[in-house]
Design a protein around this ligand. Structure first.
Ligand SMILES: O=P(O)(O)OC[C@H]1O[C@H](OP(=O)(O)OP(=O)(O)O)[C@H](O)[C@@H]1O
Ligand SMILES: Nc1nc2[nH]cnc2c(=O)[nH]1
Length: 176
């Protein structure tokens, strides 16, 4: 069934069942790779809230969870550049950090985020992204765990929004 959000129509793309199956595999892989590391999973708000919450249920090793939001604003104006992390209250020094994103598209957000995170002196940084658009990548970033590689088309649902709407859809839709 199609979904209409404001002026745009979206068609079903990745079902809730497919997401759940993939998350089981990702969770098992991460649990194996970080077995003795007590990693910190760092969700990037807003888009990652649903992904991280569901992924966490399939991670069965000691692990910690925290969230940040990126800020690209200076006063009232967007600088077009991500400048700081809002809400990072955990000490990352010497820790294994797993950044959790809903999507890597151009790679701009992730490359800026990595620059800021490096200054916190973590032991290492891994990336898990539910979605990845290889054709759209302009700022090279290496993603350690990818849920789904997708075409360069706009998607919504499962945390991802169109103009603030659609984040609560339990599956992923693609622009018609
Ligand atoms: O690779 P990029 O081209 O930088 O795009 C990816 C970014 O876009 C989305 O965030 P957005 O800025 O829309 O904020 P949101 O998470 O609050 O929706 C998404 O959550 C990523 O952070
Ligand atoms: N909702 C949404 N946000 C994005 N941010 C970067 N790419 C996308 C996308 O395809 N959909």
């Amino acid at each position: 069934m199609t979904v209409k959000l404001k002026d745009k129509e979206f068609v079903p793309f990745i079902s809730a069942e497919s997401i759940d199956q993939r998350l089981k595999i990702l969770g098992a892989q991460i649990s194996k790779d970080f077995k003795n590391d007590n990693p910190i999973l760092l969700g990037v708000l807003n888009g990652s809230f649903m992904f991280l919450s569901d992924l966490a249920k399939y991670i069965d090793i000691p692990s910690e969870f925290t969230f940040v939001k990126l800020s690209s604003y200076s006063g009232e104006n967007s600088t077009g550049k991500v400048k700081s992390l809002i809400g990072l209250d955990s000490d990352l020094k010497g820790r294994k950090v797993i950044v959790v994103e809903d999507i890597v598209d151009s790679g701009l957000s992730m490359s800026h985020l990595l620059e800021i995170l490096q200054t916190k002196e973590p032991l290492d940084i891994s990336i898990v992204s539910l979605l990845f658009k290889p054709e759209a990548l302009k700022f090279p970033v290496e993603i350690d765990y990818v849920g789904f590689e997708i075409a360069n088309k706009f998607v919504v649902g499962y945390g991802l929004d169109y103009d603030g709407l659609g984040r609560n859809l339990p599956s992923i839709y693609q622009l018609k």
